[in-house]
Design a protein around this ligand. Sequence first.
Ligand SMILES: CC(C)(COP(=O)(O)OP(=O)(O)OC[C@H]1O[C@@H](n2cnc3c(N)ncnc32)[C@H](O)[C@@H]1OP(=O)(O)O)[C@@H](O)C(=O)NCCC(=O)NCCS
Length: 154
Amino acid sequence: MNVQIGCARTEDVASIFALLEKSGLPQEGLSDHIRTTLVARSDEKIIGCVAIELYGSAALLRSVAVDKAWRGQGLGQQLTQAALDLAQEHKVKTVYLLTETANEFFARFGFRSISRSEVVPDVKRSVEFTTVCPERATVMGIEIISPQKGASRV
Ligand SMILES: CC(C)(COP(=O)(O)OP(=O)(O)OC[C@H]1O[C@@H](n2cnc3c(N)ncnc32)[C@H](O)[C@@H]1OP(=O)(O)O)[C@@H](O)C(=O)NCCC(=O)NCCS
C-alpha cells in the first residue's frame, strides 16, 4: 500500500475532523495541537490520524483513527508508534491516553490502565480530561525510557 505518515498541515484540519467524526472520536481541543498531529495519506487523501498534546515531560495521546476502508492493515499501530516516537523526540517521559473501547489495542504498546489520580495535573486539565471523555473512560499510561530501550510500563 502506498501510504505515507507525516505531519498534519493546517489545511488538513477539516479532513481530520471528518475522520474523527466518522470514527466516533471527539474533535474538541485538537486544533490547538495540529503541530503535533500526524496523518496517514494515500494519494493525498487522509486515511488516518493521531495526535499528541504536549505538557512538558508528559503528553496525551489522542485521536487515533483509521478510515474504515483501511483498517486491519497495520496502519493504526504504525500511527500509534509514530506518535510515541514523536513524543520521545520532544523528550516526553510519560504518555497518557483515555479510551472507552480500545484498551487492548493500546496494551500492545505497553500502556497499562491507571487511576486518574496517577495522571499529572497538566494532563488532567486538558480538554479530553475535563470536557469530552466521560468518567467511565479508561485512563492508560506508559513511561518512555530511552530510544535504545524503547517504551516500558509506568
Ligand atoms: C483502533 C483503530 C485506530 C485501529 O486501526 P487499524 O488500522 O485497524 O489497526 P491495525 O491494523 O494496526 O491493528 C489491527 C489490530 O488491532 C486490533 N484492534 C483494532 N481495534 C481495536 C480495538 N478497539 N480494541 C482492541 N483491539 C483492536 C484488531 O483486532 C487487530 O488485531 P490483530 O492484529 O490481532 O488482527 C481503528 O479501528 C479505528 O479508527 N477505530 C475507531 C477510533 C478508535 O476507537 N480509536 C482508538 C481510541 S482513541
